[in-house]
Design a protein around this ligand. Structure first.
Ligand code: UN1
Length: 502
């Protein structure tokens, strides 16, 4: 195998702090891992599902035993506030709890036949080898959304985590394998994007991978979708979002402000479910903006070990990307939320900043009022602490504006009118709708996923993800002792109907 190259995962709290060094390997490493996973898959699938469930239960217990150290590592490596990092670790435990039980279900069905003395059944079969490629903004929770159900269903896994969260990924892998997974069932490969793509192409070509799961940008998702399509595979794609929040004329404005603050700036706006644009009714827009700006100015930003709304951006690559998003601010916009714009430094300080910003990747939260439907800021994902605000006059227009960017991950409406809430739900194209709640904040057992530029309709979490990691197999069993033909081959029963079409 050709050699890899060294990569340092640094802390965004202090870019001089190297959290770990890994070798990013060429595509052949992914192919090799897929081969390894392939050779382990049949034996793992033969383990009874309730026993696989027990291994999932062990993983949950081992994660709990290592809870605090894993959360602290996540905070150090990607700068997520410790409270959220703890929530993320808890999400793995919740996911294990759900799928531990699924090991004793994984139901198929018995189905009535058209014929006497014949019975029909359905079974869920594992897909085979799953290649899972994940982002680093949720370096342990989102991988568990794929890996836990994939394993429970009897698949083996090759996991390519984000390089900038390599230490968190390695810790996750160590806990999972220590819980009793047989050799070859879970494999980790560190690689960069292009090498991963090459490896995936080759592994699909050699029929070593049966399912791809990817969380990341829409642009990369499109490439993965094309590649999988050439091999007649449907990947599980969880991509970007430009998630709208509608604030109606009857909304509780303080509640809406709390929601917008967390949805827009929680995790420094680096969630696929982060708030993109607030679409406020023209009669409340000015007052909403006033309160939102005040709340944002008073929000505490800084050291994620402290009680802050958000800490640094994930990594230098993301900081650079966010700076490019700031270039989309135009003359007709008005900017609020901080006295500064861009990176927080000694010379560009933020009121109430906690800690020392000098070596960290900290950015001012930014509210951009007056965004228009054709603005880049209205249409494109920004992945950082920036929220747009615009106005609408009637709900149909708000729905149209919400759908306009062409993403369809999550959305929210703040209203006290049930009629508006349900009209919005029916009209909006998003996979996930919040009423009087943040656009972010998934629960481990509700379907997660989007449409349009946010994904191909695949869903994770709860029982819905089982359709990603199993394939339905039907069986019919005829015990009549003669060849009975199905209705599509012959019509044997003529019903005596009183009603006749004329
Ligand atoms: C959430 O709803 O807060 O990468 C979770 C992401 C998502 C997870 C979001 N896959 O941001």
């Amino acid at each position: 195998m050709p050699p890899g190259y060294a990569y340092s995962s640094t802390s965004p709290l202090d870019v001089n702090d190297v959290v770990t060094e890994v070798q990013l390997l060429p595509g052949s490493a992914l192919v090799e891992a897929a081969r390894h996973a392939r050779s382990a898959q049949k034996a793992w699938a033969a383990v009874p599902a309730p026993v696989r469930g027990q291994v999932i239960g062990n993983i949950g217990r081992l994660v709990t035993a290592n809870f605090e150290s894993l959360a602290r590592l996540v905070t150090r490596e990607i700068g997520k506030p410790l409270k959220e990092a703890r929530g993320e670790v808890q999400e793995i435990v919740d996911t294990c709890e759900f799928f531990l039980g699924e090991g004793r279900r994984l139901y198929g069905q018995t189905v009535p036949s058209e014929m006497a003395d014949k019975q029909l059944f359905t079974f869920r079969n594992p897909v085979g080898v799953a290649a899972i490629i994940t982002a680093g903004n949720f370096p342990v929770a989102v991988p568990s959304w794929y890996i836990v159900p994939a394993l429970l269903c009897g698949n083996t896994v090759v996991w390519k985590p984000a390089e900038y969260s390599a230490a968190s990924a390695q810790a996750f892998y160590d806990v999972f394998t220590a819980a009793g997974l047989p050799e070859g069932v879970l494999n980790i490969v560190f690689s960069d994007g292009e090498q991963t793509f090459d490896g995936l192409e080759q592994a699909l070509q050699e029929r070593l991978v049966d399912k791809v799961g990817f969380t990341g940008s829409t642009a990369v998702g499109v490439r993965i979708g094309e590649l999988c399509g050439r091999h007649l595979q449907t990947p599980c794609l969880e991509l970007g979002g430009k998630n709208p929040m509608v604030v109606t004329e009857d909304a509780d404005l303080d509640l809406a402000v709390q929601g917008a603050l967390f949805a827009g700036f929680g995790s420094a706006g680096q969630r696929c479910t982060s708030l993109g644009t607030v679409i406020a009714h023209e009669s409340v827009r000015a007052e909403f903006l006033r309160r939102f700006v005040e709340a944002t100015e008073n929000a505490v930003v800084g050291d994620p070990a402290e009680d802050v709304l958000f800490g640094p951006l994930l990594d230098e690559k993301f900081a650079a990307g966010f700076e490019r998003s700031l270039d989309a601010i135009q003359g007709h916009h008005s900017v609020h939320g901080s006295s500064g714009l861009g990176r927080v430094t000694k010379d560009n300080p933020r009121k109430g900043f906690v800690g020392d910003p000098e070596h960290g990747l900290y950015y001012h939260p930014t509210i951009v009022d007056g965004v228009r439907p054709d603005d880049v800021l209205f249409l494109e994902e920004t992945f950082g602490p920036i929220v747009g605000v615009t106005a609408y006059t009637d709900l149909d227009q708000a729905i149209e504006l919400g759908n306009r960017p062409g993403y369809g991950l999550s959305c929210a409406i703040y209203t006290t009118d049930a009629n508006k809430a349900f009209r919005f739900r029916a009209g909006i194209g998003a996979g996930m709708v919040s009423v009087n709640n943040s656009t972010s904040g998934a629960e481990a057992h509700l379907p997660f996923g989007g449409n349009g530029k946010s994904g191909n309709g695949s869903r994770q979490s709860g029982m819905w993800v089982l359709d990603q990691f199993t394939r339905w197999q039907s069986m019919n069993w005829d015990y009549s002792g003669s060849l009975q033909k199905a209705q599509m081959d012959t019509v044997e029963i003529e019903a005596d109907l009183e009603f006749r079409l004329r």
